[in-house]
Design a protein around this ligand. Structure first.
Ligand code: ZN
Length: 188
């Protein structure tokens, strides 16, 4: 695996509608592995092929969704007299590789959140996204797949699928600004 260079605005590849993936050959497998490594090293929670200069409809996403019952468990441990903060339940990040991703269903509801982008260093923005999306596409072997995502994971998918359509978050942002260091934890 090789680390690829993440391209940044104003590189025109980020503004192009990427071409469909039609061949799931060795080159594609190499690109996928390189994208995963590049995303992890950045670090980021998602990466689209145009962000490494390849105009292909291909995204990788890796994100650990926090279970909702975390808070209850923390409270229960505190009540049991534990001096030590309970270990946060280890949630293994889940890796998604999707070729030709397409949003086929969305929630009616939208929510605003602060997003950053590996291709737009030094800026974050407040962006409205659907709280749930269903994404259809193909896995790395070319087999059809479908995934339903909620919350932050749904936001990451919308952000990455925008990338393969030449759209970047400032296009959708209600406002953009230069962030404080603690505001830039989740980049895609
Ligand atoms: Zn991005």
């Amino acid at each position: 695996m090789t680390l690829r260079t993440i391209v940044t605005l104003p590189d025109p590849v980020l503004r192009r509608k990427a071409r469909p993936v039609s061949s799931f050959d060795k080159n594609l497998q190499t690109l996928i592995d390189d994208m995963i490594e590049t995303m992890r090293q950045a670090p980021g929670v998602g990466l689209a092929a145009p962000q490494v200069g390849m105009s292909d409809r291909l995204i990788v996403v890796e994100y650990a969704e926090q279970p909702e019952d975390d808070e209850d468990e923390a409270t229960a441990s505190a009540q049991a007299g534990s001096q030590v903060a309970p270990p946060r339940k280890e949630v293994k990040p889940k890796l998604y590789v999707i070729a030709n991703p397409e949003i086929v269903k969305t929630s009616g509801e939208m929510v605003t959140g602060v997003e950053g982008c590996l291709s737009i260093p030094g800026l974050v923005g407040e962006v409205e996204r659907y709280t749930m999306v269903q994404v259809k596409g193909q896995n790395r072997r070319g087999q059809p797949m479908k995934v339903k995502a909620e919350g932050w994971l749904a936001r990451i998918f919308q952000h990455e699928i925008d990338h393969v359509n030449g759209v970047v978050f400032p296009d959708r942002a209600l406002r953009v600004w230069k962030p404080e260091p603690e505001e830039v934890e989740k980049l895609a």
